[in-house]
Design a protein around this ligand. Structure first.
Ligand SMILES: [Zn+2]
Length: 85
């Protein structure tokens, strides 16, 4: 590695020299091989058997708090802030 990082470049030529430049052309084939893993996959979702909302598989339902047929998380429902009691 060249030791060019100690002092900031002063002249414009030195600035240009410090830029990274690719050594070899990347072919269409190599570029596409690199991008073969870049595709996104859709998030899978199941319908909650309790309330019917869409939920992630193997996750507690976010709207009713049920998992495997029983309530595991107490989801606060109808929080009325205007209630004077
Ligand atoms: Zn649910």
């Amino acid at each position: 590695m060249r030791q060019r990082r100690q002092s900031p470049p002063r002249r414009e030529e030195e600035l240009e020299e410090s830029m990274a430049v690719q050594q070899n052309r990347v072919t269409r084939s190599k570029r596409n091989m690199r991008r073969s893993h870049d595709s996104l996959t859709a998030v899978s979702s199941n319908e909650c058997p309790n309330c019917g909302e869409l939920k992630l598989p193997h996750h507690v339902c976010g709207s009713c708090g049920y998992y495997a047929g029983r309530e595991v998380v107490n989801v606060a429902q109808d929080l009325d802030l205007d209630d004077d009691s």
